[in-house]
Design a protein around this ligand. Structure first.
Ligand code: FAD
Length: 286
């Protein structure tokens, strides 16, 4: 399979990339790790006339700490996140989720920014970043703006990013001492994409769950916050009965889609099972 003909541009800076985007508008696509865009181009699902390669813009890659925030460059690969010492100590859910993405080759090439901008409904990162309550920084012709994660995913492969913007940073709040988290996923056996994935961040209050933040991916057209589960578990004991009862609400508000992987009912069942497993796994952590 070969992509349709296109012109390749290599951007040396964010400004250069933005100028190219402004010039070629709808005819252009940004290329990061290429692990979603290139397959789409080869299948002719995407046929950009101009491909703007941002992959070598070094300022967009890496993890740094700014006060209580971990700032992750959009071009940071899944593997760099999986192996980051600062993330392991300050936001352990990030490396945990990175380890679930695809296989080593995908993790070495694919980027967190590419995954979020692509908004594949079966991607792993969206569940995690919703649960962690991250903020995203986008840069466009009018400068920078910050987007709250709850305002970012708009629908199937659609986000709040404008065509002339580039996602530059993912800003993750460092985990509090009383925070526990886990990600549980039912992977597609071939691609490893999430048939269903649930990320749980629990803020503990003694033996109780003071607050829960739960992100779901895989079952619907976009990743979503499990508001029903969050409300049901807040203030409850971190025991099997409370978790089971709250997890029953996991499919509420999700536009679950039937496909080759399963029926609506089956995926609703998976959401409940994996919400329970994610909360149990988080609560069991030291
Ligand atoms: C075999 C295989 C298995 C996979 N398994 C999984 C899996 O289990 N879980 C999972 O979550 N993912 C999986 N993926 C997807 C993988 O994680 C990709 O790396 C990711 O979805 C896209 O990142 P990328 O850097 O490759 O983006 P690209 O393919 O370069 O770009 C994807 C899209 O995002 C846009 N884009 C990229 N970067 C930016 C930016 N900074 N600002 C604005 N727009 C941008 C591009 O224009 C394009 O439209 C798999 C991919 C493959 C090929």
């Amino acid at each position: 399979m070969y992509p349709a003909q296109f012109e390749y541009h290599k951007a040396g800076s964010v400004k250069e990339a933005l100028d190219l985007l402004a010039k070629h508008k709808d005819d252009a696509k940004v290329l990061a790790g290429g692990h979603s865009l290139l397959p789409a181009m080869k299948l002719r699902l995407a046929q950009p006339k101009h491909v703007i390669d941002i992959g070598k813009i070094s300022s967009l890659s890496g993890v740094k700490e700014e006060g209580g925030t971990l700032v992750i460059g959009a071009l940071t690969t899944h593997y760099a996140i999986e192996s980051s010492a600062v993330l392991k100590s300050k936001s352990p859910l990030m490396p945990e989720v990175a380890g679930h993405v695809g296989d080593p080759m995908v993790r070495n090439m694919g980027t967190i920014g590419g995954s979020l901008a692509h908004a594949d409904p079966a991607a792993d990162w969206p569940a995690a970043v919703i649960a962690l309550g991250v903020e995203l920084v986008a840069e466009g012709p009018k400068g920078k703006r910050t987007i709250k994660i709850d305002d970012f995913f708009k629908g199937l492969l659609t986000t709040a990013l404008a065509d002339d913007e580039i996602l530059t940073e993912i800003r993750v709040p460092a985990a509090a001492a009383n925070e526990k988290s886990a990600y549980m996923k039912f992977p597609h056996p071939a691609s490893r994409f999430a048939v269903v994935g649930v990320a749980a961040v629990l803020t503990m209050d003694g033996g109780k769950i003071g607050k829960a933040s739960i992100g779901l991916t895989g079952a619907g057209t976009k990743a979503i916050r499990a508001k029903g589960v969050e409300a049901a578990i807040a203030g409850k004991a971190a025991d099997a009965a409370s978790i089971q009862s709250a997890a029953e609400k996991a499919a509420e508000g999700v536009d679950v889609q039937a496909d080759l992987q399963g029926s609506v009912e089956y995926k609703q069942h998976l959401l409940r099972v994996f919400a329970k497993r994610a909360m149990e796994a988080a609560a069991a952590k030291k």
